[in-house]
Ligand binder design. Structure first.
Ligand code: CMC
Length: 436
């Protein structure tokens, strides 16, 4: 009779233990019963970078990396990208169900009326160095917002929590656009609450002397679809960051700033920026084979926009994005870097090195080219990722707060340093750097 348990024999003692299996997992804490003596601390599991550890139960996003499946609350991301809007998907991510017409109207209104920033926050952005990277400005400004909304510390109060979540989603495009305009030396453009969520972002970024900015509908829709594709991605680096930081019960502005900081790294949200820099560096289709050889040579060069920790078949978002790129290029004209990207993709998908390691184009391979075609500078790419991901971060943060099993995050370690040592007076110490 099969049982949902795992029998483990500790060969140090000969003792056998039966561990419960639930949802295909064992509880790491059950390993603590496995001891060599009664005062032994118990067995730990060692899992650097969380390669095989579930840190939470979540009902928000489902990924099957081998089959290339990504679903928000059960809905396939490609279908949402085709039929839905970003605000509808944001509502879904947050509340668990697609909104009715009335729900969506109320949610859209809530987001729209919170788009303005306190004037002191505008002056705060103005205080950054003239060429500050907009992602650095965004991270700092989001964190600074906690000082404007001290009530947000009351994270256990649902009403207060939800109000600040709405504020964050609504203000993110304003902070993003103003971070960009400051880095360019352009005057700030205030939100236009008659426009859609992506339309307003375009207005705040691009409007110059015209009294009102009219977004191109193809570009506006493309941005909306990109936002849908980036809304959530279960337990990635930045989401793990907001769950960890948020587990200390810090306010959501500080927690989102931490998540955005995690997103800034080149192996996460900085990857599409890295793709564009890589394509620019390759410069010409004829240089592609040499670049591929360099990557395969293992000298540290990576084919940016390829590979994924979870997707080992294909990234479903990359498929949608490739089609989207065609629509955008119809309006903006073809990027000269597109030919290099297509050639890289063609060679890599047929090369043993990439096939063996299951390396496929990920979401970032084409998103950078689209952003560039729309006229966004590469520095803005991680910022454009952070805007739609805010709803994913906040949904995961709230789920963590409502989960009775969660506590302040506190991993264990395997200590590899010295055993106890006697303090040595400074005049008796040998030169520390020469002894290393
Ligand atoms: N180019 C060349 N080789 C690669 C690449 C790449 N992009 N990615 C992985 N490899 C190789 C790696 O060298 C290793 O080879 P070997 O077994 O010979 O040592 C093998 O594939 C496994 O790599 P890994 O680093 O252990 O895989 P990982 O799961 O830790 O890394 C990754 C995932 C996304 C960090 C990595 O594939 C990468 O650095 N890709 C480029 C950066 C990128 O595009 N990031 C965006 C991720 S999608 C956006 C998001 O969801 O955040």
């Amino acid at each position: 009779m099969p049982k949902d348990t795992l029998s483990v024999t500790d060969n140090r003692t000969g003792n056998t233990y039966e561990l419960k299996i639930t949802d295909g997992t064992i509880r790491a804490l059950d390993l603590r019963d496995i001891k060599t003596t009664t005062d032994d601390f118990g067995l730990l599991s060692y899992d650097p970078a969380y390669l095989n550890t579930a840190s939470c139960r979540s009902s928000i996003t489902y990924i099957d990396g081998d089959k290339g499946i990504l679903r928000y609350r059960g809905y396939d991301v490609a279908e949402l990208a085709e039929k839905s809007t970003y605000l509808e998907v944001a509502y879904l991510t947050l509340h668990g169900e697609l909104p009715t017409k009335a729900d969506l109207a109320a949610f859209t209104n809530d987001i729209t009326i919170h788009t303005f920033l306190h004037e002191n926050a505008r002056r705060f952005i103005d205080g950054f160095r003239y060429d500050a990277h907009p992602m650095g400005t965004l991270i700092a400004t989001v964190g600074a917002l906690s000082t404007f909304y001290p009530d947000s510390k009351d994270v256990r109060n649902k009403e207060i929590r939800r109000r600040n979540m709405i504020r964050l989603m609504a203000k993110m495009p304003t902070i993003a656009a103003w971070s960009y305009r400051h880095s360019m030396g352009y005057a700030f453009v205030y939100p236009d609450n008659t426009l859609s969520y992506p339309g307003n972002l375009l207005s705040m970024m691009k409007r110059m002397a015209e009294p009102r900015y009219e977004p191109n509908p193809v570009i506006e829709r493309a941005l909306d679809v990109l936002f849908i594709l980036h809304a959530d991605h279960e337990q990635n680096c930045s989401t793990a960051a907001i769950r960890n930081v948020g587990s200390s019960l810090v306010d959501p502005y500080s927690a989102v700033a931490a998540a955005a900081a995690a997103l800034y790294g080149p192996l996460h949200g900085g990857a599409n920026e890295a793709v564009l820099r890589m394509l620019t560096q390759i410069g010409n289709v004829k240089n592609v084979p040499a670049f591929i050889s360099e990557v395969k040579g293992g000298q540290g060069a990576r084919l940016m926009g390829f590979g994924h920790r979870v997707y080992k078949n294909y990234d479903p978002r990359a498929k949608v994005i490739k089609k989207l790129a065609d629509d955008v290029f119809q309006v903006t004209g073809r990027s000269p870097l597109l030919d290099i990207a297509l050639e890289l993709e063609k060679i890599a998908l047929n090369d043993e090195y990439f096939i063996k390691r299951k390396l496929y184009p990920n979401v970032d391979f084409y998103s950078g080219l689209i952003y560039q075609a729309i006229g966004f500078p590469v520095d803005m790419f991680p910022v454009l990722f952070a805007i739609p991901r805010t709803v994913g971060w906040l949904s995961q943060w709230e789920e963590m707060l409502n989960d009775d099993e969660q506590k302040i995050a506190r991993p264990r370690q395997i200590y590899t340093g010295y055993d106890e040592r006697k303090y040595v007076a400074i005049e008796r110490r040998q030169n520390a750097s020469s002894s290393k």
